[in-house]
Structure formats: structure tokens, C-alpha cells
Design a protein around this ligand. Structure first.
Ligand code: FES
Length: 105
């Protein structure tokens, strides 16, 4: 299936080394900005108990879930500790004219 590029937010809407929630068509995403100004997107809910990762803590390229401290590398979606065992789905991103676009599939 070919994905669709969605205009998600202004790049400045996300602080450095932080995450925000974004919803499109009823699907929750988490959008991340690293300290060195790279942007990433993953599913918005933890694969353990469907908690919003946007309420979690970003450390480098790790997102820590606010509920049981499960960790994922948000650049790859791989688990990095805690009770999580299912990887997080990641999405392609692009920055154009100060806007962050996410490819939805
Ligand atoms: S809900 Fe995220 S680690 Fe349990």
C-alpha cells in the first residue's frame, strides 16, 4: 500500500529532544525532534498497554513510556528495555518549508 504524506505540524511545534502527539484519521502518532534537529514519527501508543507515548520522556533517541517505563528507540521502533516486547511502528518523515510531513503507511 502506498502511503500518503500528511502535513502534521510546524517543526517549531516540537521542542528539541521532545515528543508531541498527532492524530490523523483516528490514528495516534508520536512525533519526535532530536537535539540535532532530526525528526521521527512512530505509532502514538505504547505496544504494552496502549498508553500515549507523547506523555513520555525523550532521552537522546529513546522514548520512555510514562506508565511502566518501557523504552523504544524511536528512530527504528526497536524495544530498548522494560516490559515492552513488541516493536513500535515507525513512519517516514520529511521537512518542507518549516513543516513536518509524515507518510502514513
Ligand atoms: S504501557 Fe508502556 S510500558 Fe507498559
Amino acid at each position: 500500500m502506498t502511503g500518503q504524506w500528511i502535513d502534521a505540524c510546524a517543526t517549531d511545534d516540537i521542542d528539541e529532544e521532545d515528543v508531541i502527539a498527532f492524530e490523523h484519521d483516528g490514528h495516534a502518532f508520536a512525533l519526535y525532534r532530536t537535539e540535532d534537529d532530526r525528526f521521527f514519527a512512530t505509532d502514538g501508543l505504547c505496544t504494552h498497554e496502549q498508553i500515549s507515548l507523547a506523555d513520555g520522556l525523550v532521552m537522546g533517541t529513546i522514548i520512555e513510556c510514562p506508565k511502566h517505563n518501557g523504552r523504544f528507540d524511536f528512530t527504528t521502533g526497536e524495544t530498548r528495555g522494560g516490559p515492552v516486547c513488541e516493536h513500535l511502528k515507525t513512519y517516514e518523515t520529511q521537512v518542507r518549508d518549516g513543516r513536518l510531513f509524515v507518510k502514513t503507511a
